[in-house]
Write a protein that binds this ligand. Sequence first.
Ligand SMILES: Cc1cc2nc3c(=O)[nH]c(=O)nc-3n(C[C@H](O)[C@H](O)[C@H](O)COP(=O)(O)OP(=O)(O)OC[C@H]3O[C@@H](n4cnc5c(N)ncnc54)[C@H](O)[C@@H]3O)c2cc1C
Length: 456
Amino acid sequence: MEIVIFGAGLAGLSAAEELARRGHQVVVLEKESSYGGLAATVKRNGFEYDLGPHRFHTSNESILDFVKKLPGIDFLKLNRVSRIRLLDRYFDYPLAFSNVLSTMPPHKGIGMMISFLWESIRGLFAPREQESFEGWVLSRFGRGLYDLYLAPYNEKLWGIKPSELSADWASQRITVPSLAGLIKETIKPSKETVRSLVSTFHYPKGGIGEICKGLVSRITGNGGSVRFSTEPKTVIKQGNKWRIELPDGFVLCDKIINTIPVNKYTNLLGDILPPEVHKAASDLKFRGLVFLIVLLNSDVTSSDHWIYTSEDRYLFNRLSISRNFDPNVGSQVVFEFSCQENDKTWKMSKEELLNSTITGAEHLGLFSSDMVVDADISRTAFAYPIYDLKYAKNAMVVLDALEKLPSSVTCGRQGLFRYNNMDHSIEMGKFAALEILGEASVKEHFNWDENTWTDG
Ligand SMILES: Cc1cc2nc3c(=O)[nH]c(=O)nc-3n(C[C@H](O)[C@H](O)[C@H](O)COP(=O)(O)OP(=O)(O)OC[C@H]3O[C@@H](n4cnc5c(N)ncnc54)[C@H](O)[C@@H]3O)c2cc1C
């Protein structure tokens, strides 16, 4: 069987690895000049960096075992250190109640408790709506913590008001269910392995991109191929085959596995899908990220893997320190700027971003301008699926239509419009391959629950 896979990220490559190992003809088409997608390690101009902090952790032993056995993988096991910078002080991440209270100015701490009590009473008489991030979070944490951190951070990350963001985002990604839960978790930590609370993780020496490098090596070793700088133009049915138009010709295949953004895939399929599916797909929006990598002439003293910066004084919303993941890489800090493709931040030059970043880094006491040796910039338009109030309905329309399409499976973070982690993408890729072979189904295999997603 000939199978074409769109996208050489973890999902696409994991699908290709499974199929190539089992003797099928596999071609992966990737628009970029290298593999990895969001889990790439960029190597250029003397720089080597991941696109933001990537910690590998999974509760699925077989996925861990699979990754550990990939060629070239040498895992470091690390204890996660991450904090939130707020009010010119550092708070532990994930939030811990005793740390919040002892670190916060007393009047803010008291205000936080009063607002929480007020929300609890209010909830008895006039419960808040639970559809939006705003209603969900206010009713569980009170206005104090909401106004101080949860609302500003999420507005900066998503570029939309918390009232326009779905409560799914909060329920899937906030570690503790309420302020009461935060207090309970501090007094008596639960034994449940909620992802955000997992404090150890794996990291491959040489960068997170080593995982995809190992997958590519397996695929090509088993006769498969990965074609870079290749973006499909259209997909049509020709008899029992799919015909995929490329900039320099076409390929025919029996089956397609898609892992590129789902609305790009629906565009490729054109008239095969009805107008209402195209409309719903065009309403699914992604959030982009710009990464600025600052190379320094000496190490920063912080032992954090990453630090969240919700306040407006910092244009970046997070930074990560590469050497705290792998001591063998250069002394560098990776800054993330949340944005939309082609907006003001997206279009900023390296120099503009660097100037604003140095001011922020100096305020944080991280490094000063005389330590800066060089900088590099990367952009990705599809970092996060935006869970707005209509995303679930739109995603259902699109995914239901794609589910009915014979000889095609869509999966991965982009292909399913899901805010998932690396282990999920690997597992989804493998199950997409099994679905192609008629042995399993991605949809039926995954029993997604809230803890599946929760992460930092
Ligand atoms: C900043 C950040 C930090 C993260 N940290 C963690 C973490 O700590 N732990 C964790 O487990 N996960 C983390 N993740 C999530 C993780 O990176 C993703 O879940 C995973 O890498 C997604 O893999 P994928 O293959 O599903 O999608 P992608 O990696 O997005 O792969 C899709 C591929 O398709 C390609 N493509 C797109 N359009 C086309 C086209 N038209 N034609 C051909 N190819 C195309 C892309 O270039 C890409 O290679 C993080 C994500 C981000 C953004």
